[in-house]
Design a protein around this ligand. Structure first.
Ligand SMILES: [Zn+2]
Ligand SMILES: [Zn+2]
Length: 330
């Protein structure tokens, strides 16, 4: 009996690890982690690490970052997310989204009737769909992230991500389950919206252009995405004006006043430009990450899981919809 349970547990754990490291739809897919190491090597060889007299291993895994208690918190929160996804955290979301898509389709039936297509969409149609789909999801992510910083009861949950005192690729998963759900719901709703419109326009189903069964644009994004949460500086230079570089997300985590509430984007940086919150780094900047003065951190894992509900409740009760810039006011 015990060996049976152990066997089930090990095969479940193996399946989870397989999903995380072996599927290209995961940002921690082995190829994207290899890209992380290769980009780090290029940064090291260009002088950043060698100048400080470190060997490459120490440059890649600085002791003061990887032995910081913040990393253990990242791991604990990630395990909770894996567990919740496993027990169907998003099952209800997908169900609600399916009903929403069907309702949208029914509404469009009355105003936009198209003949069913006899041919499959061309490559150029699929390329346009891939771009529009990515833009819809990316703008949704940007807008939700912007609100997660501006609306006090959303910030109560998003603050857990920003309480990280050091950045490692694991920090990408350091999200309170409520924060994680809000993020996932945005992707599901915005993605479905683009798909319903394109399916109707073409009169048939349409698929993204993919690389290893992942949307081609997201595949390229993931190649450098793990550097967003790291100590390694990667800026796209003039390319920052269109694409959101990992250095721009590190600035988002910075405690410096000039970086406050800047750079909310993911794939494209134009949304930040449109909302006047884009900060383009002219050169490499020294960054201290964490919560700004006036924002209280957490006393351990359970505090980080429970206190956001209390803070959210107080924010709603006191009718403080918008988050106040406490540190900057003092
Ligand atoms: Zn944020
Ligand atoms: Zn982050």
């Amino acid at each position: 009996m015990l060996t049976e349970q152990l066997h089930t547990f090990l095969s479940e754990a193996g399946a989870s690890l397989h999903r995380i490291f072996m599927l290209p739809s995961s940002r921690h897919f082995w190829f994207f982690m290899l890209c992380y190491v290769l980009i780090a090597l290029a940064v090291y060889l260009s002088g950043d690490g060698r100048r400080q007299g470190q060997n490459f291993f120490r440059f890649l895994f600085p002791k003061k970052i990887y032995t910081h208690p913040s990393v253990w918190m990242d791991i604990k929160i990630w395990l909770v997310i894996i567990l919740l996804v496993k027990v169907g955290l998003f099952a209800l979301l997908y169900q609600a989204n399916y009903i929403g898509s069907v309702l949208l389709d029914r509404m469009l039936d009355k105003v936009w009737v198209v003949e069913a297509a006899h041919e499959a969409p061309s490559l150029s149609d699929r390329l346009i769909y891939t771009l529009v789909f990515t833009c819809c999801v990316d703008f949704g992510f940007f807008l939700m992230h912007y609100l997660q910083h501006k609306v006090s009861w959303l910030w109560a949950f998003h603050k857990v991500h920003h309480s990280a005192a050091v950045l490692t690729p694991l920090t990408a998963n350091r999200h309170h389950p409520v924060d994680y759900t809000v993020h996932a719901a945005t992707a599901i709703v915005m993605g479905s919206f683009a798909t319903v419109l394109f399916t109707r326009y073409h009169g048939t189903t349409i698929d993204s252009v993919t690389l290893f069964s992942t949307s081609a644009i997201h595949f390229f994004y993931y190649m450098s995405a793990n550097l967003r949460h790291s100590h390694i500086w990667l800026s796209f230079g003039v390319g920052n004006r269109l694409f959101f570089s990992p250095a721009m997300h590190q600035i988002h985590h910075s405690t410096a006043p000039q970086h406050y509430d800047k750079n909310f984007g993911f794939v494209f940086s134009v949304w930040d430009w449109l909302f006047r919150c884009r900060y383009l780094p002219a050169k490499q900047e020294e960054i201290t990450v964490g919560l700004i003065k006036g924002e209280s951190g957490y006393h351990g894992f359970w505090d980080a899981m429970w206190r956001p509900f209390v803070e959210c409740f107080h924010a709603i009760k006191s009718l403080h919809l918008w988050r106040r810039k406490r540190a900057l006011e003092h």
